[in-house]
Write a protein that binds this ligand. Structure first.
Ligand code: GTP
Ligand code: MG
Length: 231
């Protein structure tokens, strides 16, 4: 089957110590999407993530490493924002580097952006094997987040998702003053700023447990989210 052309899309992948996952993820994306651009925005991984990405970018010029090791501020959100400034394509898709976001769903996100939607949220339909406290934290954060967004009516089915697509122009124009740059929830920060005419669509996927590498989620991220709620 002929692969469709994806030269209108850039995938942004924030990473920290994803050496056990990033090569497989890049292989999968390259295999599925012809001419797609990829930026790995790495916050100074201590493992081989950067070496592996450099190896891939030698073979495919559309894969780029953004080395943020020497930056003053580190964090998932600021890594995505920084990467978005260098994007040259019409659409952006943000996804994690640990294979928890299924690459085969990228096409659905891009399809909806091409149809004219401004933001396409990858909404987690099922979450497998989360511990009870992680489930409670996620539910509570979603409820609080929805309350915060209600004023704006900018609701999608998974306001805390790390997997989403957005028009590059919209990403550039969003006011980032209220972004929690060291936080985790880029989509939530974006939803805080958009207006009610923004077209939002959901596509659904199942979210599994991380198979390899370490989770970076912890108290710091929870505090960041609480700050994001009140800004
Ligand atoms: N650039 C950058 N990437 C980060 C940072 N923290 C985490 N990441 C990456 O952001 C993505 C999401 O982090 P995870 O630790 O997988 O968070 P999670 O999916 O909520 O947690 P798990 O389900 O336990 O994996 C992964 O690709 C991480 O490598 C950071 O400070 N800077
Ligand atoms: Mg993860």
């Amino acid at each position: 089957m002929k692969k469709k052309d994806y030269s209108d899309t850039t995938i942004i992948i924030p990473t920290f110590d994803e050496g056990e996952n990033i090569s497989d993820l890049l292989d999968l994306i390259e295999e599925l999407y012809k001419n797609i651009s990829i930026i790995i925005s790495d916050d100074g991984s201590k493992d081989k993530t950067q070496e592996i990405v450099r190896e891939h970018s030698r073979k495919n010029k559309k894969i780029k490493l953004l080395d943020r090791s020497k930056k003053a501020v580190h964090g998932l959100t600021i890594s995505v924002v920084d990467a978005s400034k260098t994007v040259k394509t019409e659409y952006i898709v943000v996804m994690d580097g640990d294979l928890q976001h299924p690459p085969e769903k990228i096409k659905g996100i891009v399809r909806e952006l091409r149809k004219g939607n401004d933001i396409v949220a990858g909404a987690r339909r099922k979450v497998f094997n989360w511990s009870i406290d992680r489930k409670i934290i996620s539910k509570a954060a979603t409820l609080l987040g929805k309350a915060r967004l209600l004023i704006k009516r900018a609701i999608c089915d998974d306001i805390l998702s790390g997997f989403f697509g957005i028009k590059t122009k919209l990403m550039r124009n969003i006011n980032k003053n209220k972004f929690e740059m060291q936080g985790y929830k880029v989509l939530f920060d974006i939803l805080k700023d958009i207006n009610k005419n923004t077209k939002i669509k959901n596509i659904y996927y199942d979210f599994g447990m991380r198979k390899r590498g370490k989770s970076k989620i912890g108290l710091k991220q929870i505090i960041s989210f609480l700050r994001a709620l009140f800004s």
